[in-house]
Design a protein around this ligand. Structure first.
Ligand SMILES: [Zn+2]
Length: 389
């Protein structure tokens, strides 16, 4: 096999680009393009609406065949307010670890994949390997939608997608689906001595908050169960509830932000619909009897589909074979895998180097042994793709 550039060398180059989600990722993308071009591989940018960020898509091997996707995001979470021992954007190798922002989540995976590009190029691939590098994952799996929408229309659909979020190279077949909502409560203000003539937006909002909690309790007590999750049922949670300005004023507005995280057996949109129906049916009539303009505005502002790949699916069996493992699990955090599966119809698994416990923190690091294990996984994928089926 052709010798591969050191993963840590590539990782150092990638970490040096400050691709915090608020920044452009184009310098990193250009670096990857140049690297791929130096190995004779063309790549395609899929831009966002502003033109300041892009996904990168590259195919190594016969594009007309169905192959496999290696998918990762190029953005990282901010270092703001974190105490780092060293410069977070200069990779430090110490005690078998590589330290730097994104080393674990998830430039380590990108580096492991890129280090094997010469080997991919040298191999007689019967099936292609695609690299799908996205932007804006950390702010709600935004960027990858450009890739999956393209894939949804593709004539040849890939056989599988490996999303390299940190799983310590465990085979992950599921994560919950999420919906994030903002609700504005429109009340009617007045002096508090005339309270019954107003519509108290805090009090009516609180009734909705209590109902969301009641639904969460119902799932906890009698909802469907998936034992592979730490919290084995669907959850709902209100994270922000704000309203009111003074004690002697009936508040005319309040606002809440809440989320649903659903296991595969539950439809998060059905939960959203149930909450909205309660507001329309049980709360709004009484509010509007006082002021017809009052009521609730619902806004689903973010979310991603869940991942629920069947344990017997071919992509799961292949991932286990390539990783040398027999077990599979599910994770609490969301990934782009749900979008590949739900929107593009590509069977997906999450498997990548490093532990999620090491991500997003000051002094983020990845074990170099994990990077090597990921490189070996890609080596076996290359070998698999040279076999004619
Ligand atoms: Zn990530």
């Amino acid at each position: 096999m052709m010798s591969s550039p050191a993963i840590t060398e590539i990782l150092a180059s990638l970490v040096a680009f400050d691709t915090t989600s608020r920044n452009s990722n184009l310098d990193l993308i250009a670096w990857v393009e140049d690297y791929l071009a130096s190995h004779g591989i063309a790549s395609e940018r899929i831009y966002d609406a502003t033109g300041t960020k892009a996904n990168l898509w590259a195919t190594i091997g016969p594009a007309e065949q169905a192959g496999y996707i290696l998918s990762g995001h190029t953005d990282v979470v901010p270092v703001d307010g974190q105490e780092w021992t060293d410069d977070p954007f200069a990779l430090v190798l110490r005690d078998g670890r590589a330290y730097g922002r994104g080393a674990c989540d998830m430039k380590g995976f990108l580096a492991a994949c890129l280090s094997r590009v010469p080997a991919m190029k040298a191999a007689a691939l019967a099936r292609p390997i695609h690299l799908a590098f996205s932007y804006d994952e950390e702010v709600g799996c935004v960027g990858v939608r450009g890739i999956v929408e393209k894939l949804a229309k593709a004539e040849v659909k890939p056989l599988g997608c490996f999303v390299g979020e940190p799983t310590s190279m465990n085979v992950v077949i599921g994560h919950k689906g999420k919906r994030s909502l903002k609700v504005r409560v429109r009340g009617k203000g007045c002096h508090s001595s005339l309270a019954p003539q107003g519509v108290n937006a805090v009090e009516w909002g609180a009734r909705l908050v209590a109902h969301i909690r009641a639904i969460a309790d119902r799932f906890a007590v009698s909802g469907a169960r998936d034992a592979l999750y730490d919290v084995p049922y669907t959850t709902a949670h209100v994270g922000i509830f704000a309203g009111g300005t003074a004690l002697n004023i009936v508040p005319d507005e309040s606002e809440m932000v809440f989320e649903i995280r659903a296991i595969g057996a539950d439809d998060p949109d059905a939960v959203v619909a149930e909450i909205e129906a309660y507001a329309r049916r049980e709360l709004e009539p009484a509010m509007q009897a006082v002021d017809p303009q009052s009521g609730f505005d619902f806004d689903v502002f973010a979310g991603f589909p869940g991942l629920d790949t069947a344990p017997g699916d071919e992509v799961v069996t292949l991932a286990k074979r390539l990783a040398g493992r027999n077990e599979h699990g599910k994770v609490a955090y969301g990934t782009e895998a749900g979008l590949f599966q739900a929107v593009a119809g590509v069977p997906s698994v999450v498997i990548g180097p490093g532990s999620i416990g090491e991500a997003h923190k000051p002094d983020e690091y990845i074990e170099i042994a994990q990077l090597e294990a990921c490189g070996a996984f890609v080596d076996r994928l290359i070998a698999h793709c040279t076999e004619v089926h």
